[in-house]
Ligand binder design. Structure first.
Ligand code: HEM
Ligand code: HEM
Length: 199
């Protein structure tokens, strides 16, 4: 792993940092996008062709949001597989010896739970659209590799939603930990992912 000579601090490589921040950005877009499009598609009051009030609005914007969510989600899936491969073959920089061992242990646990979640949630989303036969992404059809099973798709979408809430919880913990390191302990853990550059 890269060593920043000015700080003598083991830091993540540019590839590891690039993947961390790109995936973080896409997940910050993906979560509100998922909730909002799902609200439009399932809940937002509208009227059908006969003028009767119904739940759920499916217009061009809703379709665009669903396609965007699927495309961004599949991009996250590819990036996470790349990142996990990189992490498992290259490892991570040595833990900061100034951080007490139990804290390091908990942080590693949270990191591996996050890896599991950011792999499982898009995979479940993909499975759900394949079983539900919602395979359209901006007019392009994903191949039908399973028979249609709407009940299974419904169950998978429930797990997809639970997984999304778990991501929110663990990311919140992860961000609070970063704030704690930076402003309470005032150690250099955050610099491992955001290296300071001296002029
Ligand atoms: C890290 C990646 C992903 C995150 C964080 C995420 C998050 C979410 C969230 C928060 C919702 C709204 C849940 C609800 O209120 O019911 C949702 C719904 C949905 N997601 Fe994802 N998603 C991801 C990846 C994917 C992928 C890869 C696909 C498919 C290729 C996908 C397809 C869907 C669909 C079709 C819905 C709508 C379900 C409905 O309308 O009932 N998602 N997602
Ligand atoms: C403002 C948002 C975020 C901040 C400030 C932040 C900060 C950090 C820092 C400083 C580390 C290095 C910890 C160490 O070296 O001990 C790290 C690692 C990590 N972060 Fe984040 N992060 C953020 C968002 C996210 C998001 C959204 C995810 C994924 C959902 C994520 C997943 C991870 C994982 C899995 C690691 C472990 C890397 C490894 O050792 O393989 N982070 N983060």
């Amino acid at each position: 792993m890269a060593q920043d000579p000015k700080y003598d601090l083991p830091i993540y490589t540019p590839t590891a940092r690039g993947l961390h921040w790109l995936i973080a950005l896409l997940i910050f877009i993906q979560l509100p996008l998922g909730f909002y499009m799902s609200y439009r598609g399932n809940e937002m009051p509208s009227v059908n062709e006969k003028g009767e009030p119904v739940k759920g609005t499916w217009d061009a914007l809703t379709g665009f949001l669903y396609s965007s969510h699927k495309l961004i989600g599949l991009t996250v899936l590819v990036l996470v597989v790349w990142r996990l491969f990189y992490r498992l073959t290259r490892g991570a920089p040595k833990s900061d010896p100034m951080v007490p061992a139990p804290l390091t242990g908990v942080s590693h646990l949270v990191h591996w739970v996050l890896y599991l979640l950011i792999l499982a949630v898009p995979l479940i989303g993909l499975e759900a659209i394949l079983y539900g036969d919602y395979r359209d992404i901006f007019g392009f059809q994903l191949p039908a590799i399973t028979a249609k099973d709407e009940d299974l798709a419904k169950e998978l979408f429930e797990w997809h939603e639970i997984g999304a809430f778990l991501i929110i919880g663990f990311v919140a913990l992860h961000i609070l930990a970063a704030i704690y390191h930076r402003f309470v302990r005032r150690d250099r853990v955050v610099e491992r992912m955001i290296p300071k550059r001296l002029a």
